[in-house]
Design a protein around this ligand. Structure first.
Ligand code: AP5
Ligand code: MG
Length: 214
């Protein structure tokens, strides 16, 4: 099962992708998490990506595409994978389509988690993220058991640097301009499915499972 999660920043792509990955035992591949891990580890890629991420801009396609193509070619992706945050430009989507075509494959589902902009800023300001294991919480709706500490791995959870309200506005603008066209792109490929991402997260997940098991 090869799945793409589409949706605005903060729509819940990561929250849902992790559950899909657990349920179907396939890797969860988040380009945002990969970039944040590189920033944390002080790599050259991290240094380059940070310049864009801190401004709410997309990291250039040439730094992003090869990374993902390499990752989905690894052995643990043989039975499928869930892509979270990739593709997010038309050239990225085309690179993915072409890479899969070469090995006689196509993506199975592009799931758009639909949340209006008005709900997003509130969600992001309450989000806390574990930069060690990628787990995501919300101070009101999904709090950690111990304040400030990740339930899963015990590391500190933090407000992401790009979750400042003005950066969130910029990310939303970039989303509408560069990523939303992918909804049409995957509609034309016949694999687009939409879920209402404003529902409680368990209900969003149930809707996704219903699509995957239809
Ligand atoms: P990335 O890390 O992908 O960030 P994003 O797309 O902006 O999405 P988020 O991770 O912010 O949100 P999400 O949809 O995963 O929501 P979450 O589940 O956390 O990318 C960051 C940056 O990296 C980009 O800006 C760009 O610079 C760069 N980048 C990454 N990929 C790239 C690419 N392919 N090309 C170029 N650049 C790239 O949920 C949000 C909050 O809401 C959480 O607190 C959560 O607990 C809560 N929540 C979730 N679901 C619900 C619900 N149903 N009800 C209530 N609260 C909920
Ligand atoms: Mg995410």
């Amino acid at each position: 099962m090869k799945i793409i999660m589409l949706g605005a920043p903060g729509a819940g792509k990561g929250t849902q992708a992790k559950q899909i990955a657990d349920k179907y035992t396939i890797p969860h591949i988040s380009t945002g998490d990969i970039f944040r891990a590189n920033i944390k580890n002080g790599t050259e890629l991290g240094r380059k990506a940070k310049q864009y991420m801190d401004q709410g801009l997309l990291v250039p396609d040439e730094l992003t595409c090869d990374l993902v193509m390499d990752r989905i070619g690894q052995a643990d992706c043989a039975n499928g994978f869930v892509l979270d945050g990739f593709p997010r430009t038309i050239p990225q989507a085309e690179a993915l389509t072409n890479a899969l075509e070469k090995i006689g494959q196509t993506m199975d589902y592009a799931i758009d988690v639909d949340v209006p902009d008005a709900n997003i800023v509130e969600r992001m300001s309450g989000r806390r993220a574990c930069l060690n294991c990628g787990a995501t919480y919300h101070i009101v709706s999904i709090p950690t058991k111990v304040e400030g500490i990740c339930d899963r791995c015990g590391s500190e959870v933090v407000l992401r640097e790009d979750d400042a309200p003005e950066t969130v506005q910029k990310r939303l603008a970039v989303y509408h301009e560069q990523t939303q066209p992918l909804i049409d792109y995957y509609q034309k490929q016949g694999i687009l499915k939409s879920v209402d991402g404003t529902q409680p997260m368990e209900k969003v997940f149930a809707d996704i499972v219903a699509i995957l098991e239809a």
